[in-house]
Design a protein around this ligand. Sequence first.
Ligand code: URA
Length: 216
Amino acid sequence: MSFQLRVYVPDHPLIKHWLAVARDKNTPNALFKTAMTELGRWLTYEASRHWLVTAETEVETPLAPCSATMINPQVNIGVVPILRAGLSLLDGAQTLLPLCSVYHVGLERNEETLNPSCYLNKLPEKFDPETRVLVLEPMLATGGSIMMVLEELTRRGVNPEFLRVVSVVAAPPALKQIGENYPQLRIYTAFVDEELNDRGYIVPGLGDAGDRAFGT
Ligand code: URA
């Protein structure tokens, strides 16, 4: 089956730098968390271009009135970190989107079947159809978790056109599923790795993002 894929890998030295820090197995947990925060910040910056809604207004400088463009406060912004690992990107994303609502979704992976199950869902029953939603999932591997969350979001009224996913390392199985089911959606990632191992981990990837960010 053919599918359209909108994957953006921003060519930015800060993104490359923090990805290298995150991939390095010798990076201590505290620095790994810093790297994820920075990746969350710069990838959100890229993802928010042409996604945030602006409004024209007028301000007065100390010298004269002047036309200006501001973020339109009428349009809701939702950020959905997929726990646990997605939390590591949240601080960076929130510094750029201070007015966002954060909707936590907690998924855990059955290590035998690799299928996710949901233990926490803070999504509202219904989203306003204009809401811009950013999903934070650092590792797009098998695609099981992200597909579960995307289905919940669209079922609750989120327009896929207004959905963005921020990840750190993405792999073909997840990208294929997203592309086949949500061709309008855009993914922003620091890198696309080619392979998964038989435990569903991305290779070379960066290991278990949740364990490394939280030291547990
Ligand atoms: N989750 C992780 O934390 N790492 C992977 O490589 C895949 C899923």
